[in-house]
Design a protein around this ligand. Structure first.
Ligand code: HEC
Length: 153
């Protein structure tokens, strides 16, 4: 029995030793991650993108504007975007939950600069195999109408 106790003690000591070693590994991994990772993990809703729209407050959905936006979307966007599925570009379904309204408007109005400088747009360009979002030269009002339509998807 005594021998058994000694073995147990040795086992416990060696386990504590192993855990001690593990601790320093945990400390190392809790060090701040490199900056590139911080940017990827940043809240996408905080990103307003790059372009003419810096601040946009949304009221209740305006159905007239939705109808205008649907028209613009069907004429200028459905060559590459489908609501039901990913096409050449992503589906706009649920986009209001993953992007800020400012970002969406800037992506519509200023895609050329966005895909070069904005971290999310850069990533989307990679996912689209390098097919860039086309600048359709919408006016700000047209882009705003499309955004209103997106709010209903
Ligand atoms: C020639 C194809 C093409 C046309 C036309 C086009 N897009 Fe895009 N769009 C893309 C691609 C491809 C992407 C993904 C980003 C990239 O690769 O640059 C994209 C991305 C987007 C995004 C970001 C999507 C997300 O999930 O974050 C929005 C918003 C968008 N487009 C809106 C529009 C609107 C609105 C129109 C019409 C005015 C339009 N696009 C017309 C190809 C197009």
């Amino acid at each position: 029995m005594k021998k058994f106790n000694v073995l147990m003690a040795l086992l416990i000591i060696s386990l504590m030793w192993a855990c001690g070693g593990g601790n320093s590994a945990t400390e190392a991994s809790s060090a701040p991650p490199p900056k590139s990772m911080v940017e990827e993990d940043a809240d996408p809703m905080e990103n307003k993108g790059i372009g003419p729209i810096t601040e946009l407050k949304l009221d209740e959905v305006n159905q007239e504007l939705v109808a205008d936006g649907l028209k613009v979307f069907e004429e200028m966007c459905t060559a590459c975007h489908k609501v039901e599925k990913k096409f050449i570009g992503p589906s706009p379904k649920g986009i209001m939950d993953r992007r800020s309204p400012e970002w969406i408007m800037n992506m519509i109005l200023n895609p050329d600069e966005m895909v070069i400088k904005d971290p999310i747009a850069k990533q989307l360009l990679i996912e689209a195999n390098g097919a860039p979002m086309a600048n359709q030269n919408l006016t700000e009002d047209q882009a705003r109408a499309v955004l209103e339509y997106f709010r209903t998807l």
